[in-house]
Write a protein that binds this ligand. Structure first.
Ligand SMILES: NC(=O)c1ccc[n+]([C@@H]2O[C@H](COP(=O)([O-])OP(=O)(O)OC[C@H]3O[C@@H](n4cnc5c(N)ncnc54)[C@H](O)[C@@H]3O)[C@@H](O)[C@H]2O)c1
Length: 256
């Protein structure tokens, strides 16, 4: 437990498991009150309870689908009711399956874009007016290294994640005058339920299996490898950092 985020309050989307859950826990350990949102109603409530116990912090979770703007309004309102303010928004909810582009269909494109890009738009649109009014805020968007360098089998996902990067930089410019910082984390490969699901299919297994050789640090990340950067970017220690895109990937890509 440290006090980097003492007195702050945060929303994390897609926080029932994987990277989002690790970020929610790290924010709570750093002293923030955290409102978790996720599609998985039961899981998000139990994740919140499990984080709350050891940290002793103010942690709650509600069902909230990022593809529905009204759910993001509910998530914002739940956080405001619980904490009275929102200092931090972590847009983490995401989804993907690996397929050659020509084999993908419109339903896949719509789902990938709705969750990975439109979901970020919804949460930002719901929370930004509150942050702007208070002249304070930090938004951390979870994109992907695929947004920076492309990735076999992830054409539409990579495009949606690249859209998150451009969107984040634009919000960083628009809201700098409101003292709101917007930054992007690009994970490489992280051992989460999502990665496991992707590897259940042969194509996904083949692609992911070949990547390990190209990771200089010779392992996939754990969710706990991503969370400390989210805590830092959310904190006042990162007060002069905005509009930046930072990879956490064991050296897989080294973008200048
Ligand atoms: N795991 C990786 O290798 C990897 C790599 C790069 C980027 N990312 C990104 O990191 C983020 C987290 O991924 P993860 O690997 O932890 O995934 P995960 O599937 O393990 O966890 C994602 C969580 O988001 C939730 N979610 C999915 N759709 C949602 C929706 N519409 N509304 C609300 N919640 C929703 C899921 O229920 C789940 O709890 C995603 O944005 C993902 O694209 C992951």
């Amino acid at each position: 437990m440290n006090s980097l985020l003492e007195g702050k309050s945060a929303i994390v989307t897609g926080a029932a498991r994987g990277i989002g859950r690790a970020i929610a826990e790290a924010l709570a350990r750093a002293g923030a009150g955290v409102m978790l949102g996720d599609l998985r109603a039961a899981d998000v409530r139990s994740a919140a309870a499990e984080i709350q116990q050891p940290t002793g912090g103010r942690v709650s979770g509600i069902a909230a689908d990022v593809t529905r703007l009204e759910d993001m309004h509910r998530l914002r309102d739940a956080a405001l009711e619980e904490f009275g303010k929102i200092d931090i928004l972590v847009n983490n909810a995401g989804w993907d399956r690996l397929m050659p582009f020509v084999k993908t269909a419109p339903e896949h494109w719509d789902r990938v874009i709705a969750i990975n890009f439109r979901g970020v738009i919804h949460a930002c649109h719901a929370v930004l007016p509150h942050m702007a009014e208070r002249k304070q805020g930090s938004i951390v968007n979870i994109s992907s290294d695929s947004a920076r360098v492309g990735s076999l089998g992830e054409s539409v996902y990579a495009g949606a994640k690249a859209a998150v990067v451009a969107f984040s930089k634009t919000l960083a410019r628009e809201h700098a005058r409101d003292q709101i910082r917007v930054n992007v984390i690009c994970p490489g490969l992280v051992e989460t339920p999502l990665l496991e699901e992707i590897q259940r299919e042969e194509f996904g297994r083949k692609i992911m299996g070949s990547i390990l050789n190209f990771i200089p640090l010779k392992r996939f990340a754990l969710p706990q490898d991503i969370a400390p950067l989210a805590v830092f970017l959310a904190s006042d220690a990162a007060g002069y950092i905005t509009g930046q895109v930072i990879s956490v990937n064991g050296g897989l890509t080294m973008v200048g």
